[in-house]
Design a protein around this ligand. Structure first.
Ligand code: SF4
Length: 365
């Protein structure tokens, strides 16, 4: 059963009462896998935590990792906590896009720390390698992450441990420091050699997969942050789907193909409106309003006219078309003239606007 912690993070301990010696931050990348396996090689029971949010995470791969690598991994949903952290302003700032890499690590480590008592774990394991990334894996950054997360003494970075000061958990003898490694820098040769030693033949592809490092997805998130006073992970999930259009604070997501339409239908919440043309094949539209505001009929009609313009047959019909507007518990039909250019002026959000939002944020003191 999922459990929700004080910080609002959802986790799944494999079985009530399951006990582990260590929790590892398991991204699915090679370094996290090697760190996990290094600890297991010492005879420690290790549970991998795979963090999931609208921005990263591949929970659908967990079964594969269990099977291919023989590791015990569970998903940990940090979506809402993550969105709150981004909104509040990451203490260590943002990277080249909207990626708060240091605060991201802190958040994951805190989540892992919160889970330790439930599974009896005495340490947390991370696959970070000293000097591998210019910003977040410098020695001072690694120390700041450890201190902010309050995991000093029991956070192990087994791949780089010998290049760092011994931790209390090593000094206590719970972890055998002599069997840890001293990798540093950006090279991958040592990791690949270790993978071969472990008999790992399926090498995970390096890095990637975090939408917060990419401009296009970040352009989608920025208007949500700008207009919603307290956005949730579910809002960012909607921002990930289909094509995104905004007209001031008004939000319309439009499917590009059937897969998008299905995804949008699944993401539509009880307070959302779905728009669908009656009598013509059309993309599905989902409108979400800023909480505690009322639906404006003129805005809905404007969005419906805009959506209808994405149905070639409806647009060619030359006259008004009917659009079904659904909301949980109700359906009504409105008549609109398809129009790509409408009075409200729906536009796709741009990276320049996201940068503008980003530059207006100041780090919290
Ligand atoms: S790239 Fe994304 S997932 Fe990785 S540390 Fe940075 S913000 Fe976190």
């Amino acid at each position: 059963m999922p459990e929700r912690s004080d910080s609002g993070m959802e986790s799944r301990i494999p079985a009530p009462g399951a006990q582990y010696d260590a929790l590892s931050l398991f991204s699915g990348g090679l370094d996290s896998l090697l760190a996990h396996r290094l600890m297991e090689r010492q005879g420690l029971r290790v549970l991998g935590l795979h963090f999931v949010s609208p921005f990263f995470g591949k929970p659908q791969r967990i079964a594969h990792w269990r099977e291919v690598y023989g590791v015990d991994v569970v998903p940990v949903d940090v979506g809402d906590a993550y969105v709150r952290m981004l909104l509040a302003g990451p203490r260590h700032g943002l990277g080249s896009a909207l990626n708060p890499c240091m605060d991201c690590k802190v958040l994951m480590l805190r989540a892992a720390r919160e889970m330790m008592p439930a599974c009896g774990a005495r340490c947390i394991v991370s696959g970070e390698v000293l000097g591998q990334r210019p910003m977040s894996q410098r020695r001072d950054a690694l120390n700041a992450i450890r201190n902010d997360a309050a995991v000093r003494g029991f956070l192990l970075r087994p791949l780089s441990a010998l290049a760092m000061e011994p931790t209390e958990i090593e000094e206590s003898g719970f972890v055998d420091r002599s069997r840890l490694l001293g990798f540093t820098g950006r090279g991958r040769t040592s990791q690949l050699r270790l993978a071969a030693e472990f008999g790992i033949t399926e090498i995970p592809t390096p890095g990637g997969g975090c939408r917060l490092t990419e401009k296009e997805p970040c352009s989608r998130y920025a208007p949500v942050f700008r207009h919603f006073p307290a956005p949730r992970a579910a809002d960012m999930e909607l921002a990930n789907a289909g094509r995104q259009f905004w007209a001031g604070p008004h939000w319309l997501a439009v499917g590009r193909h059937q897969e998008d339409n299905a995804a949008l239908a699944a993401l539509a919440g009880p307070d959302d409106l779905t728009l669908d043309l009656a009598g013509f094949p059309s993309p599905l539209g989902v409108m979400r309003r800023v909480p505690d505001t009322a639906w404006d009929e003129a805005v809905v009609a404007d969005a419906a006219a805009f959506l209808a313009s994405y149905s070639p047959k409806a647009a060619r019909s030359g006259g008004p078309v009917e659009v079904d507007v659904r909301r949980e518990g109700g359906l009504r039909r409105i008549s609109v003239l398809p129009a790509r250019v409408t009075p409200l002026g729906w536009r796709e959000p741009t990276w320049a606007e996201a940068q503008d939002w980003k530059s207006g944020r100041r780090k919290p003191a």
